[in-house]
Design a protein around this ligand. Structure first.
Ligand code: SF4
Ligand code: SF4
Length: 376
């Protein structure tokens, strides 16, 4: 999408190496510092009260602090409805800065800690953070736009910038906590991820009218991404549907968590946190659900293991899954507890109810015939 003149720096989807990388550079630490300043000024603390958990409406407890909306008032920025900042040209310049750079010995990035790696926390670590517009439930970009050029579609939640209404004031660029709207100097208006809406609408003939996953999902050779669509009830909450893989991962097993939930936009991208990273770092990034998520996928339930196989099994959006039980194929001990693996088959169905994916927990083994030995 973004190869035209003026779009050269626009990485609507980028992968950055944490903890040092970021695009634009420092996007999260700069906002965390601004939020911290606003809390200090207001004499408040930003803390999670995980004891107030309630499975449906407060799965991670209650955040007792200010969101980017509330902090704008406290920070005495009465002209702004969202606390934010506009990145500098320099910060937009290096999309891959610190790529694959691990944490070093204390205070030194250039000398690795040579202690052996051992869970639960590696002494030397990094991880990849895939970032794109979260099509937030409460989009800060939308709230900040004085032209009302940004809107969220009722049918699928996609957040779009109306290119005809936008006048390039860049309020959305400053307001988005994830820094995903980008200003195009050649057209003098801002642009952002459009969630490949023709694919979501089922306009791509390949899926014959079924909603199709976005290009960045479909292109993931690492098979680590899955997209879904869930029903939204009259109360604004997700309609309970245990056999929707996305609902299952986010609401039932709770292994997928929102990025910086404390910002308050309710982002709709969810991440399965890496288990080798210091927990304090993960908690500030994905909230208090981190420990439970890691525990659950380290010894996955039979259903979770099966549903995880659906990642990239199809580029048609899977609306429902079904599991056909198979035989036990493996048994071991994880964290001192017995764990068994079953070769179940998981079947995914599209919106129309048509089968679009069928995979087993054990990957089928294909043996190349002798006559093709050493050939490609
Ligand atoms: S991630 Fe940013 S650009 Fe995307 S909807 Fe949320 S606030 Fe708007
Ligand atoms: S294609 Fe998938 S695995 Fe590869 S970098 Fe992108 S998100 Fe990561």
């Amino acid at each position: 999408w973004t190869f035209s003149k003026g779009q050269e720096y626009m990485w609507w989807n980028n992968v950055e190496t944490k903890p040092y990388g970021g695009y634009p550079q420092f996007w999260d630490t700069r906002l965390l510092e601004l939020l911290d300043g606003a809390h200090q000024k207001a004499g408040r603390e930003a803390v999670w009260d995980a004891s107030k958990k309630e499975s449906k409406t407060r799965p991670y407890g209650v955040f007792d602090g200010m969101t980017v909306f509330e902090a704008a008032r406290a920070a005495d920025r009465r002209d702004a409805v969202v606390l934010g900042y506009e990145p500098t040209d320099l910060e937009w310049r290096f999309p891959n800065i610190y790529e694959d750079t691990a944490t070093g010995s204390k205070d030194r990035r250039d000398s690795l800690n040579l202690e052996p790696a051992a869970l639960p926390e590696h002494a030397t670590w990094f991880f990849y953070l895939q970032r794109l517009c979260n099509h937030c439930t409460y989009p800060a970009c939308l709230a900040a736009c004085p032209r009302r050029a940004i809107y969220k579609r009722g049918e699928d939640g996609i957040v779009l910038i109306d290119q005809k209404r936008c006048r390039g004031y860049r309020k959305c660029v400053a307001a988005c906590p994830y820094k995903k709207p980008m200003f195009r100097a050649t057209t003098r208006v801002s642009e952002k991820c459009i969630a490949c809406y023709p694919r979501i609408e089922g306009k791509d003939e390949l899926t014959q009218g079924e909603p199709m996953e976005t290009r960045c999902m479909a292109a993931c050779v690492g098979k680590i991404r899955m997209q879904g669509l869930v029903g939204i009830g009259a109360d604004g909450a997700w309609v309970e549907q245990r056999d929707n893989p996305l609902y299952f991962l986010v609401k039932v097993e709770k292994v997928a968590l929102p990025l910086y939930p404390q910002f308050g936009t309710e982002p709709n991208g969810y991440y399965i946190p890496p288990r080798w990273v210091p927990r304090a770092y993960l908690r500030q990034m994905f909230g208090p659900g981190v420990d439970e998520a890691i525990e659950r996928y380290t010894r996955p339930s039979r259903e979770l293991l099966a549903v995880l196989q659906l990642f990239r099994a199809s580029q048609t959006v899977i609306f429902r899954h079904e599991i056909v039980q198979g035989p036990k194929v493996f048994e071991t001990t994880v964290d001192g507890q017995k764990w068994e693996m079953y070769n179940d088959t998981v079947i995914g169905y599209g919106r129309s109810g048509k089968e679009v994916a069928r995979v087993t927990v054990e990957e089928p083994r294909l043996v190349r015939a002798d006559k093709h030995y050493n050939s490609i």
